[in-house]
Design a protein around this ligand. Structure first.
Ligand code: SF4
Length: 308
């Protein structure tokens, strides 16, 4: 069994190397239900900020992990949902800073950056990775399907304010979806918004993993290139991914612990097992295939595995 409840990985991140994930919220809690979400449709739509877990328990797990001297490059606050819904995120960040010198990153959809208190709570992180898939309220409704009265302009203004007083790095991610936000006008709208924010990098992403909605498609190469050039962005497709990694001894458990939060396809599972000197990767894949807790999704010739 995976002995950790809050931490997972490290998983390979195309932007950050080996990322040790720390999830401070229960599965599926999010204030968005993005059409491209690789976790499927949001199961617990909420915008209520709550103390879901005792931050000490989370920190103790990270301490235990560090005691074993395991390797990672960055510690990433990321949920199977939206980590800014965790009310104790400020304590968590300050306690984590005391026990590791590795950079602390936070992946967020950015909706709650409209709240001054929340901006204050996260000011000590090293890298903020906010999403910016929309450029107005209508697009936010189409792509991110926010909870209740989340207002696009408020969230972006929050990001703008945060960026002006933040000492760390801001790496913005734009997810482009074919025929939704990938046309030239959309890219020029993104450009206008980016001009107001003080950021370090902008990543252009496309839905490479099975999305929540089947109609979501990857844009044509020409549009991706236009966005990369016009926004001076970095195409996530061009970034090489490192291999998956787990400290779990048992191969099957290692895969299960990864796919709880990060889908893997059959090729990734095979190379992960080969790397771990497993001589019968097909047997593990067969076990995954018959396990009813695991969803299998065929997407663009890849069979993707993730936990329900
Ligand atoms: S992609 Fe992120 S913000 Fe969007 S629904 Fe999924 S977890 Fe929430």
């Amino acid at each position: 069994m995976n002995k950790y409840k809050y931490i997972f990985g490290p998983v390979p991140s195309r932007r950050m190397g080996l990322s040790l994930g720390v999830s401070p919220i229960p599965k599926g809690h999010c204030n968005y239900s993005c059409v491209y979400c690789q976790l499927g449709r949001t199961t617990s739509m909420t915008n209520e900020i709550k103390n879901f877990y005792d931050s000490k328990e989370i920190v103790n797990e990270v301490k235990d992990y560090l005691r074993n001297g395991f390797n990672f490059d960055v510690l990433t606050l990321v949920g199977e949902g939206e980590p800014l819904l965790y009310s104790n995120i400020d304590d968590l960040i300050s306690e984590l800073k005391k026990i590791t010198k590795k950079p602390i990153a936070l992946i967020t959809n950015g909706a709650l950056l409209s709240d001054k208190n929340i901006r204050e709570k996260i000011k000590d992180i090293d890298i903020l990775l906010p999403s910016l898939d929309s450029y107005n309220q209508e697009m936010l409704r189409k792509i991110n399907r926010p909870y209740g009265k989340i207002i696009f302009e408020d969230s972006v203004l929050g990001l703008e304010k945060f960026s002006k007083n933040f000492d760390g790095q801001i790496w913005i991610e734009i997810m482009l979806i074919k025929n939704i936000n990938d046309d030239k006008n959309s890219i020029l709208e993104f450009k206008k918004i980016l001009e107001k924010i003080k950021y370090d990098k902008v990543y252009i992403n496309v839905p490479v993993r099975p999305p929540a909605e089947e109609w979501v498609q990857i844009p044509d190469e020409e549009n991706i290139n236009f966005a990369v050039n016009e926004l001076d962005g970095i195409s996530m497709e061009s970034l090489a991914s490192e291999g998956f990694y787990s400290e779990e001894i048992d191969d099957l458990e290692a895969i299960i612990s990864i796919i709880k939060r990060h889908p893997m396809n059959q090729f990734e599972i095979k190379s992960f097992l080969i790397e771990r000197k497993n001589e019968k990767p097909q047997e593990i894949l067969d076990k995954l295939d018959i396990d009813e807790k695991i969803i299998k999704i065929d997407y663009k010739g890849y069979k993707n595995y993730r936990i329900k």
